[in-house]
Design a protein around this ligand. Structure first.
Ligand code: E4P
Length: 262
């Protein structure tokens, strides 16, 4: 299942890792802050090392905490050196549209042998240029696209089509999941991966009607067990030649009553 977990919570990551349903983990500064990381880059490094070791060899995406081009490069090298499964997230541009981020993506992928996840993208065209710059992963924020009134599925389908057409190596990650339905619909539209927040992943698995069905199975299994006990008593008593007929009748009628109540 092409699913990444969008989380910095070690317990949550371990939980879904044990189930065998995640193929990597993505984080960003907002997620790490929510999941209790403090202490700036030092805290980011410490949590990232723990996650990277836990999930290796699956990939972990960690974002730089600066938009200064030189610092982005040095943080990226520092993060990538911490584990061979660490992918560095760089936003497509800065908060004021600074384009140096594209140079950083190209430098890291092309000359520093560091895998980059180009992130915070809202359109197929942004993802396409990041793929041209050499990014290994391109992250489109599906939920935020929908919040702006556009259909993320159309962007995903177009993006997949041009990546395939021009033989670009970038893999599409769709993040910013808001509803359980997003996962299947975005994969169906052409995403290589969807990164899912833990509550939605649980929502994919648990269904109220499945709960009812399992309850029915367990109740019937218990009834079968009671019947088996009754049959054992009947057989033993019959083998003993029904010496104590009154006691047998009492015990049989008790069991029949129990079965009827269940
Ligand atoms: C994933 O890589 C993204 O950082 C994340 O899904 C963004 O989600 P948000 O829009 O909920 O912040």
């Amino acid at each position: 299942m092409p699913i990444f977990l969008d989380s910095g919570n070690l317990k949550e990551i371990e939980k879904y890792l044990k189930m065998g349903i995640i193929r990597g983990v993505t984080t960003n500064p907002t997620i790490l802050l929510k999941d209790g990381v403090t202490g700036g880059m030092k805290g980011v490094r410490a949590r990232s090392i723990e996650i990277a070791r836990l999930i290796a060899p699956l990939p972990l995406s960690v974002e730089v905490c600066t938009n200064d081009p030189l610092q982005m490069q040095s943080q990226a090298q520092e993060l990538a050196a911490m584990g061979s499964n660490i992918i560095v997230k760089i936003t497509i541009h800065g908060p004021n549209g600074e384009l140096e981020n594209m140079e950083v993506i190209h430098e890291l992928e092309g000359h520093r042998n560091i895998r980059v996840n180009a992130t915070a993208m809202m359109s197929a065209q942004q993802c396409f240029v990041a793929a041209m710059a050499g990014a290994t992963y391109v992250s489109l924020f599906g939920g935020r696209v929908a919040n702006m009134g556009y259909n993320p599925c159309e962007e995903i389908t177009r993006l997949r089509s041009v990546l395939d057409k021009f033989n670009l190596k970038a893999k599409i990650i769709i993040g910013s999941t808001r509803e359980v339905l997003n996962i299947i619909e975005w994969l169906d539209a052409g995403a290589h991966f969807v990164t899912v927040v833990p509550p939605l992943l649980e929502g994919m698995i648990i269904h109220p009607y499945t709960k009812d069905t399992v309850r029915q199975f367990l109740a019937d299994a218990a009834k079968m067990e009671t019947r088996l006990q009754a049959e054992n008593i009947f057989t033993t008593e019959e083998r003993n030649g029904n010496k104590e007929e009154t006691a047998v009748a009492t015990s049989k009628s008790k069991l029949v009553n129990q079965q009827q109540k269940i």
